[in-house]
Design a protein around this ligand. Structure first.
Ligand SMILES: Nc1ncnc2c1ncn2[C@@H]1O[C@H](COP(=O)(O)OP(=O)(O)OP(=O)(O)O)[C@@H](O)[C@H]1O
Ligand SMILES: [Mg+2]
Length: 412
Protein backbone atom coordinates (compact mmCIF):
# COMPACT_ATOMS: atom_id res chain seq x y z
CA UNK A 1 0.00 0.00 0.00
CA UNK A 2 1.42 3.43 -0.88
CA UNK A 3 2.01 5.50 2.26
CA UNK A 4 0.78 9.09 1.82
CA UNK A 5 3.60 10.56 3.91
CA UNK A 6 6.08 9.36 1.28
CA UNK A 7 4.46 11.51 -1.42
CA UNK A 8 4.57 15.21 -2.26
CA UNK A 9 2.33 17.04 -4.71
CA UNK A 10 2.98 20.30 -6.58
CA UNK A 11 0.17 22.11 -8.41
CA UNK A 12 0.83 24.91 -10.89
CA UNK A 13 -2.39 26.74 -11.79
CA UNK A 14 -1.31 28.69 -14.86
CA UNK A 15 -3.20 30.91 -17.29
CA UNK A 16 -2.95 28.31 -20.05
CA UNK A 17 -2.75 25.02 -18.13
CA UNK A 18 -2.97 23.30 -14.78
CA UNK A 19 0.05 21.09 -14.16
CA UNK A 20 0.17 18.54 -11.35
CA UNK A 21 3.23 16.55 -10.32
CA UNK A 22 3.37 13.78 -7.74
CA UNK A 23 6.76 13.08 -6.19
CA UNK A 24 7.88 10.13 -4.11
CA UNK A 25 10.58 10.54 -1.47
CA UNK A 26 13.21 7.89 -2.14
CA UNK A 27 15.52 6.25 0.44
CA UNK A 28 18.45 8.49 -0.53
CA UNK A 29 16.62 11.65 0.54
CA UNK A 30 15.73 12.70 -3.01
CA UNK A 31 12.38 13.09 -4.78
CA UNK A 32 11.31 11.00 -7.78
CA UNK A 33 8.54 12.20 -10.06
CA UNK A 34 5.99 9.35 -10.26
CA UNK A 35 2.94 11.10 -11.67
CA UNK A 36 2.16 13.96 -14.05
CA UNK A 37 -1.13 15.50 -15.09
CA UNK A 38 -1.77 18.36 -17.48
CA UNK A 39 -5.08 20.01 -18.35
CA UNK A 40 -5.85 23.06 -20.48
CA UNK A 41 -7.07 25.96 -18.36
CA UNK A 42 -9.08 29.07 -19.19
CA UNK A 43 -10.17 30.04 -15.67
CA UNK A 44 -7.67 32.80 -14.85
CA UNK A 45 -6.85 36.26 -16.08
CA UNK A 46 -3.47 37.81 -15.32
CA UNK A 47 -2.83 34.98 -12.90
CA UNK A 48 -6.06 35.48 -10.90
CA UNK A 49 -9.02 33.09 -10.95
CA UNK A 50 -12.01 34.56 -12.84
CA UNK A 51 -13.95 31.34 -13.42
CA UNK A 52 -14.02 29.01 -10.40
CA UNK A 53 -15.77 26.19 -12.23
CA UNK A 54 -13.24 26.14 -15.08
CA UNK A 55 -10.35 26.13 -12.61
CA UNK A 56 -11.87 23.32 -10.49
CA UNK A 57 -12.54 21.24 -13.62
CA UNK A 58 -8.96 21.68 -14.86
CA UNK A 59 -7.62 20.85 -11.39
CA UNK A 60 -9.69 17.66 -11.25
CA UNK A 61 -8.66 16.60 -14.73
CA UNK A 62 -4.94 17.18 -14.17
CA UNK A 63 -4.89 15.61 -10.70
CA UNK A 64 -6.81 12.52 -11.83
CA UNK A 65 -4.33 11.99 -14.65
CA UNK A 66 -1.42 12.30 -12.22
CA UNK A 67 -3.12 9.97 -9.72
CA UNK A 68 -3.64 7.25 -12.33
CA UNK A 69 -0.01 7.47 -13.41
CA UNK A 70 1.33 7.39 -9.83
CA UNK A 71 -1.19 4.91 -8.44
CA UNK A 72 -1.84 7.14 -5.40
CA UNK A 73 -4.62 9.51 -4.40
CA UNK A 74 -3.83 13.17 -3.94
CA UNK A 75 -4.99 14.60 -0.62
CA UNK A 76 -2.71 17.60 0.00
CA UNK A 77 -0.51 19.76 -2.18
CA UNK A 78 1.86 22.71 -2.45
CA UNK A 79 0.20 25.22 -4.76
CA UNK A 80 1.88 27.96 -6.77
CA UNK A 81 0.52 31.48 -6.52
CA UNK A 82 1.26 34.33 -8.91
CA UNK A 83 -0.79 37.13 -10.38
CA UNK A 84 -0.74 40.83 -11.03
CA UNK A 85 -1.87 41.63 -7.46
CA UNK A 86 1.33 40.28 -5.88
CA UNK A 87 3.69 42.92 -4.45
CA UNK A 88 7.16 42.42 -3.06
CA UNK A 89 9.02 44.74 -0.67
CA UNK A 90 12.03 44.52 1.57
CA UNK A 91 11.62 45.29 5.25
CA UNK A 92 13.79 45.52 8.35
CA UNK A 93 13.18 44.47 11.94
CA UNK A 94 15.17 45.27 15.08
CA UNK A 95 14.97 44.04 18.71
CA UNK A 96 17.10 44.10 21.86
CA UNK A 97 18.47 40.72 22.89
CA UNK A 98 16.65 39.65 26.06
CA UNK A 99 19.10 37.35 27.86
CA UNK A 100 21.33 39.06 30.39
CA UNK A 101 24.45 37.36 29.04
CA UNK A 102 23.46 38.65 25.54
CA UNK A 103 23.31 35.21 23.91
CA UNK A 104 20.83 35.24 21.04
CA UNK A 105 18.10 32.62 21.46
CA UNK A 106 15.21 31.34 19.34
CA UNK A 107 12.79 33.77 20.95
CA UNK A 108 14.95 36.77 19.92
CA UNK A 109 15.01 35.49 16.34
CA UNK A 110 11.26 34.97 16.32
CA UNK A 111 10.69 38.47 17.76
CA UNK A 112 12.93 40.16 15.20
CA UNK A 113 11.22 38.29 12.34
CA UNK A 114 7.83 39.35 13.72
CA UNK A 115 9.07 42.95 13.98
CA UNK A 116 10.16 42.91 10.32
CA UNK A 117 6.67 41.73 9.31
CA UNK A 118 4.80 44.39 11.26
CA UNK A 119 4.50 46.72 8.27
CA UNK A 120 1.35 48.73 7.61
CA UNK A 121 -0.63 46.72 5.06
CA UNK A 122 -4.04 47.63 3.66
CA UNK A 123 -6.70 45.39 5.25
CA UNK A 124 -7.24 43.47 1.99
CA UNK A 125 -3.58 42.41 1.74
CA UNK A 126 -1.80 39.56 3.45
CA UNK A 127 1.85 38.54 3.79
CA UNK A 128 2.45 35.38 1.74
CA UNK A 129 6.14 35.01 2.54
CA UNK A 130 8.67 36.70 4.77
CA UNK A 131 12.08 35.46 3.75
CA UNK A 132 15.12 36.29 5.86
CA UNK A 133 17.84 37.78 3.65
CA UNK A 134 20.41 38.39 6.38
CA UNK A 135 20.75 39.14 10.08
CA UNK A 136 22.85 41.85 11.73
CA UNK A 137 24.20 41.56 15.27
CA UNK A 138 25.35 44.88 16.73
CA UNK A 139 25.69 46.18 13.14
CA UNK A 140 27.80 43.23 12.00
CA UNK A 141 26.27 42.35 8.60
CA UNK A 142 25.85 39.21 6.53
CA UNK A 143 24.89 36.74 9.26
CA UNK A 144 22.84 33.77 8.08
CA UNK A 145 22.26 32.08 11.46
CA UNK A 146 22.51 34.33 14.54
CA UNK A 147 21.49 31.64 17.06
CA UNK A 148 24.02 31.43 19.90
CA UNK A 149 25.90 34.60 18.88
CA UNK A 150 26.47 37.30 21.49
CA UNK A 151 25.17 40.84 21.03
CA UNK A 152 22.83 43.48 22.37
CA UNK A 153 20.96 44.34 19.17
CA UNK A 154 19.56 41.90 16.62
CA UNK A 155 18.33 43.08 13.21
CA UNK A 156 16.99 41.25 10.20
CA UNK A 157 16.39 42.17 6.57
CA UNK A 158 13.45 40.33 5.04
CA UNK A 159 11.83 40.05 1.64
CA UNK A 160 8.06 40.30 2.01
CA UNK A 161 5.71 38.96 -0.64
CA UNK A 162 2.12 40.15 -0.25
CA UNK A 163 -1.08 39.30 -2.09
CA UNK A 164 -4.75 40.19 -2.02
CA UNK A 165 -6.54 38.06 0.55
CA UNK A 166 -9.69 37.57 -1.54
CA UNK A 167 -7.77 36.41 -4.62
CA UNK A 168 -5.70 33.93 -2.66
CA UNK A 169 -8.78 32.63 -0.87
CA UNK A 170 -10.50 32.09 -4.23
CA UNK A 171 -7.54 30.01 -5.38
CA UNK A 172 -7.65 28.06 -2.14
CA UNK A 173 -11.39 27.44 -2.56
CA UNK A 174 -10.80 26.05 -6.07
CA UNK A 175 -8.16 23.60 -4.83
CA UNK A 176 -10.38 22.54 -1.91
CA UNK A 177 -13.34 22.01 -4.25
CA UNK A 178 -11.17 19.68 -6.29
CA UNK A 179 -10.83 17.64 -3.07
CA UNK A 180 -7.30 18.74 -2.23
CA UNK A 181 -6.00 20.38 0.95
CA UNK A 182 -3.43 23.16 0.51
CA UNK A 183 -0.27 22.61 2.54
CA UNK A 184 1.15 25.96 1.50
CA UNK A 185 0.72 28.58 -1.20
CA UNK A 186 4.12 29.42 -2.67
CA UNK A 187 4.94 32.49 -4.77
CA UNK A 188 5.82 30.88 -8.08
CA UNK A 189 9.31 32.23 -8.81
CA UNK A 190 10.44 31.14 -5.34
CA UNK A 191 9.30 27.61 -6.14
CA UNK A 192 10.71 27.70 -9.68
CA UNK A 193 14.07 28.86 -8.32
CA UNK A 194 14.32 25.60 -6.37
CA UNK A 195 14.18 23.65 -9.63
CA UNK A 196 16.24 25.77 -12.00
CA UNK A 197 18.86 27.78 -10.10
CA UNK A 198 22.07 26.47 -8.56
CA UNK A 199 23.23 27.59 -5.09
CA UNK A 200 26.28 29.16 -6.76
CA UNK A 201 24.12 31.28 -9.05
CA UNK A 202 22.03 32.47 -6.10
CA UNK A 203 25.18 33.40 -4.22
CA UNK A 204 26.80 35.20 -7.17
CA UNK A 205 23.67 37.07 -8.29
CA UNK A 206 21.12 35.75 -10.79
CA UNK A 207 17.83 36.94 -12.24
CA UNK A 208 15.13 34.33 -12.79
CA UNK A 209 12.46 35.39 -15.29
CA UNK A 210 9.48 33.14 -15.89
CA UNK A 211 7.48 34.07 -18.99
CA UNK A 212 4.09 32.40 -18.52
CA UNK A 213 1.03 32.71 -20.71
CA UNK A 214 -0.65 35.63 -18.91
CA UNK A 215 1.98 37.02 -16.56
CA UNK A 216 5.74 37.09 -16.14
CA UNK A 217 7.30 36.78 -12.71
CA UNK A 218 10.86 37.50 -11.76
CA UNK A 219 13.10 37.18 -8.73
CA UNK A 220 16.62 38.46 -8.27
CA UNK A 221 18.86 36.41 -5.98
CA UNK A 222 22.14 37.68 -4.59
CA UNK A 223 24.27 36.62 -1.63
CA UNK A 224 22.25 33.40 -1.45
CA UNK A 225 18.91 35.13 -0.77
CA UNK A 226 16.08 36.66 -2.78
CA UNK A 227 16.55 40.42 -2.99
CA UNK A 228 13.80 41.60 -5.30
CA UNK A 229 10.73 40.11 -7.02
CA UNK A 230 7.96 41.33 -9.24
CA UNK A 231 5.06 40.34 -11.47
CA UNK A 232 4.31 41.86 -14.87
CA UNK A 233 0.79 41.56 -16.30
CA UNK A 234 2.30 40.48 -19.63
CA UNK A 235 3.16 37.05 -20.94
CA UNK A 236 3.30 34.78 -23.98
CA UNK A 237 -0.39 35.26 -24.83
CA UNK A 238 0.28 38.97 -25.48
CA UNK A 239 2.68 38.00 -28.29
CA UNK A 240 -0.03 35.79 -29.78
CA UNK A 241 -2.66 38.53 -29.52
CA UNK A 242 -0.31 41.04 -31.19
CA UNK A 243 0.16 38.64 -34.10
CA UNK A 244 -3.57 37.89 -34.35
CA UNK A 245 -4.46 41.58 -34.46
CA UNK A 246 -1.81 42.80 -36.87
CA UNK A 247 -2.04 39.80 -39.23
CA UNK A 248 -5.86 39.65 -38.84
CA UNK A 249 -5.71 35.94 -38.29
CA UNK A 250 -7.49 33.69 -35.72
CA UNK A 251 -5.80 33.45 -32.30
CA UNK A 252 -5.19 29.70 -32.72
CA UNK A 253 -3.42 30.35 -36.04
CA UNK A 254 -1.38 33.19 -34.50
CA UNK A 255 -0.35 30.89 -31.62
CA UNK A 256 0.75 28.17 -34.07
CA UNK A 257 2.78 30.68 -36.10
CA UNK A 258 4.45 32.04 -32.97
CA UNK A 259 5.33 28.62 -31.57
CA UNK A 260 6.52 27.03 -34.84
CA UNK A 261 8.06 29.90 -36.72
CA UNK A 262 8.08 33.03 -34.55
CA UNK A 263 11.32 34.83 -33.83
CA UNK A 264 11.80 38.05 -31.85
CA UNK A 265 15.24 39.11 -33.07
CA UNK A 266 15.49 40.56 -36.59
CA UNK A 267 19.17 39.64 -37.00
CA UNK A 268 18.24 35.95 -36.69
CA UNK A 269 15.74 36.04 -39.57
CA UNK A 270 16.77 35.40 -43.20
CA UNK A 271 15.58 37.82 -45.93
CA UNK A 272 13.91 35.18 -48.08
CA UNK A 273 11.86 33.38 -45.41
CA UNK A 274 8.07 33.53 -45.67
CA UNK A 275 5.20 32.16 -43.58
CA UNK A 276 1.79 31.11 -44.84
CA UNK A 277 -0.94 32.90 -42.82
CA UNK A 278 -4.67 32.18 -42.79
CA UNK A 279 -7.13 35.09 -42.80
CA UNK A 280 -9.92 35.51 -40.22
CA UNK A 281 -12.71 35.24 -42.76
CA UNK A 282 -11.44 31.86 -43.94
CA UNK A 283 -10.29 33.31 -47.26
CA UNK A 284 -7.16 32.16 -49.11
CA UNK A 285 -4.00 32.16 -47.01
CA UNK A 286 -1.22 34.59 -47.87
CA UNK A 287 2.54 34.49 -47.45
CA UNK A 288 3.94 36.98 -44.94
CA UNK A 289 7.72 37.54 -44.77
CA UNK A 290 9.15 36.14 -41.51
CA UNK A 291 10.78 39.54 -41.01
CA UNK A 292 7.32 41.14 -40.76
CA UNK A 293 6.30 38.59 -38.12
CA UNK A 294 9.50 39.38 -36.25
CA UNK A 295 8.75 43.11 -36.50
CA UNK A 296 5.51 42.40 -34.54
CA UNK A 297 7.10 40.13 -31.91
CA UNK A 298 10.34 42.01 -31.25
CA UNK A 299 8.84 45.25 -29.80
CA UNK A 300 6.73 43.19 -27.36
CA UNK A 301 9.78 41.13 -26.31
CA UNK A 302 11.84 44.31 -25.88
CA UNK A 303 9.04 45.89 -23.84
CA UNK A 304 8.77 42.87 -21.53
CA UNK A 305 12.52 42.56 -20.92
CA UNK A 306 12.99 46.33 -20.53
CA UNK A 307 10.19 46.58 -17.97
CA UNK A 308 11.95 43.98 -15.83
CA UNK A 309 15.36 45.65 -16.28
CA UNK A 310 13.95 49.10 -15.45
CA UNK A 311 12.14 47.86 -12.35
CA UNK A 312 15.36 46.29 -11.08
CA UNK A 313 17.22 49.54 -11.87
CA UNK A 314 14.69 51.57 -9.85
CA UNK A 315 15.35 49.32 -6.88
CA UNK A 316 19.11 49.84 -7.06
CA UNK A 317 20.04 46.80 -9.16
CA UNK A 318 21.39 48.60 -12.25
CA UNK A 319 24.34 46.23 -12.67
CA UNK A 320 23.79 43.01 -14.63
CA UNK A 321 23.63 40.00 -12.30
CA UNK A 322 27.03 38.28 -12.31
CA UNK A 323 25.41 34.85 -12.55
CA UNK A 324 23.33 36.01 -15.54
CA UNK A 325 19.68 35.71 -16.48
CA UNK A 326 17.76 32.42 -16.41
CA UNK A 327 14.67 32.28 -18.63
CA UNK A 328 11.88 29.84 -18.02
CA UNK A 329 8.11 29.40 -18.50
CA UNK A 330 6.53 28.41 -21.83
CA UNK A 331 7.03 31.88 -23.31
CA UNK A 332 10.80 31.63 -22.83
CA UNK A 333 10.83 29.23 -25.79
CA UNK A 334 10.21 32.05 -28.25
CA UNK A 335 13.13 31.96 -30.69
CA UNK A 336 15.46 34.90 -30.22
CA UNK A 337 14.36 35.81 -26.67
CA UNK A 338 17.55 34.47 -25.14
CA UNK A 339 19.73 36.46 -27.56
CA UNK A 340 17.61 39.60 -27.09
CA UNK A 341 17.95 39.18 -23.32
CA UNK A 342 21.74 39.09 -23.63
CA UNK A 343 21.68 42.49 -25.31
CA UNK A 344 19.14 44.12 -22.97
CA UNK A 345 20.58 42.83 -19.71
CA UNK A 346 24.18 42.78 -20.90
CA UNK A 347 24.83 39.40 -19.29
CA UNK A 348 24.81 35.71 -20.08
CA UNK A 349 21.38 34.16 -20.52
CA UNK A 350 20.45 30.49 -20.25
CA UNK A 351 17.23 28.50 -20.32
CA UNK A 352 16.05 27.02 -17.06
CA UNK A 353 14.79 23.43 -17.09
CA UNK A 354 13.74 21.37 -14.06
CA UNK A 355 16.73 19.87 -12.25
CA UNK A 356 17.23 17.99 -9.01
CA UNK A 357 14.43 15.44 -9.37
CA UNK A 358 14.55 11.75 -10.28
CA UNK A 359 11.94 9.44 -11.78
CA UNK A 360 10.00 10.60 -14.85
CA UNK A 361 12.43 13.40 -15.63
CA UNK A 362 12.08 12.99 -19.40
CA UNK A 363 8.38 13.84 -19.37
CA UNK A 364 8.90 17.07 -17.44
CA UNK A 365 11.93 18.30 -19.38
CA UNK A 366 10.22 21.53 -20.46
CA UNK A 367 10.08 25.08 -19.12
CA UNK A 368 6.34 24.66 -18.50
CA UNK A 369 7.16 22.12 -15.74
CA UNK A 370 9.62 24.29 -13.81
CA UNK A 371 7.07 25.67 -11.33
CA UNK A 372 5.45 22.32 -10.48
CA UNK A 373 8.91 20.72 -10.16
CA UNK A 374 10.03 23.59 -7.94
CA UNK A 375 6.95 23.11 -5.76
CA UNK A 376 7.96 19.49 -5.12
CA UNK A 377 11.49 20.56 -4.18
CA UNK A 378 10.21 23.48 -2.11
CA UNK A 379 7.84 21.17 -0.21
CA UNK A 380 10.58 18.59 0.28
CA UNK A 381 12.94 21.23 1.73
CA UNK A 382 10.20 22.81 3.88
CA UNK A 383 9.26 19.46 5.40
CA UNK A 384 12.92 18.55 6.02
CA UNK A 385 13.36 21.89 7.78
CA UNK A 386 10.26 21.23 9.91
CA UNK A 387 11.62 17.83 10.93
CA UNK A 388 14.92 19.48 11.81
CA UNK A 389 13.03 22.10 13.79
CA UNK A 390 11.12 19.43 15.70
CA UNK A 391 14.31 17.56 16.55
CA UNK A 392 16.16 20.74 17.59
CA UNK A 393 13.19 22.33 19.33
CA UNK A 394 13.65 25.49 17.26
CA UNK A 395 13.42 26.50 13.60
CA UNK A 396 15.57 27.06 10.58
CA UNK A 397 15.87 30.73 9.72
CA UNK A 398 17.69 30.63 6.40
CA UNK A 399 14.72 29.88 4.22
CA UNK A 400 11.10 30.84 4.31
CA UNK A 401 10.10 31.99 7.76
CA UNK A 402 6.52 33.01 7.27
CA UNK A 403 3.81 31.80 4.98
CA UNK A 404 0.10 31.59 4.43
CA UNK A 405 -0.16 28.46 6.53
CA UNK A 406 -1.43 30.33 9.56
CA UNK A 407 -4.17 31.99 7.56
CA UNK A 408 -5.29 28.73 5.96
CA UNK A 409 -5.34 26.89 9.25
CA UNK A 410 -8.31 29.11 10.13
CA UNK A 411 -10.08 28.42 6.87
CA UNK A 412 -9.72 24.67 6.53
N1 LIG B 1 7.92 27.94 -28.85
C1 LIG B 1 7.24 28.85 -28.19
N2 LIG B 1 7.42 30.17 -28.43
C2 LIG B 1 6.75 31.10 -27.77
N3 LIG B 1 5.83 30.86 -26.83
C3 LIG B 1 5.59 29.58 -26.54
C4 LIG B 1 6.27 28.51 -27.18
N4 LIG B 1 5.81 27.35 -26.67
C5 LIG B 1 4.88 27.67 -25.75
N5 LIG B 1 4.74 29.01 -25.67
C6 LIG B 1 3.81 29.78 -24.83
O1 LIG B 1 3.93 29.37 -23.49
C7 LIG B 1 2.71 29.69 -22.81
C8 LIG B 1 2.47 28.67 -21.74
O2 LIG B 1 3.50 28.78 -20.81
P1 LIG B 1 3.30 28.35 -19.30
O3 LIG B 1 2.79 26.97 -19.24
O4 LIG B 1 4.59 28.63 -18.61
O5 LIG B 1 2.18 29.40 -18.87
P2 LIG B 1 1.14 29.31 -17.68
O6 LIG B 1 1.83 28.76 -16.48
O7 LIG B 1 -0.08 28.60 -18.13
O8 LIG B 1 0.75 30.84 -17.48
P3 LIG B 1 1.05 31.89 -16.30
O9 LIG B 1 2.30 31.44 -15.64
O10 LIG B 1 1.16 33.21 -16.97
O11 LIG B 1 -0.15 31.82 -15.42
C9 LIG B 1 1.63 29.75 -23.87
O12 LIG B 1 1.02 31.03 -23.86
C10 LIG B 1 2.38 29.52 -25.18
O13 LIG B 1 2.00 30.45 -26.19
MG1 LIG C 1 3.02 29.68 -14.98
Amino acid sequence: MPRPEHYLVGIDIGTSKVGVLIGHRDETGGVEVVGKGLAPHRGTRRGNVVNVEATVDALKQASEEAEVMAGVEISRAYVGVAGSDIRCVNSRGMVSVTRRDNEIGYSDIQRVLDAAQSVALPSDREILHAIAQEFLVDEQEGIAEPLGMLGGRLEVLVHLVTGQVARTKTLLTCVNRAGIEVVEMVFEPLATAEAVLTPDEKELGVLLLEVGAGTSEYSLFDGGAVQHSGVLPMGASHFTNDLAQVLRTPVAEAEAIKVRQGCCLASMVGDDEGISVQTVAGGPSRVVPKRDICAILQPRAEELLSLVRDDLGKCGWEEAPRGGLVLTGGGAQLEGLLELGEGIFNCTVRYGLPQGLGGLVDVIRSPIWCTASGLLLYGHAAEASQRQKASRGGFSVRNVVGSLKGMFADLL
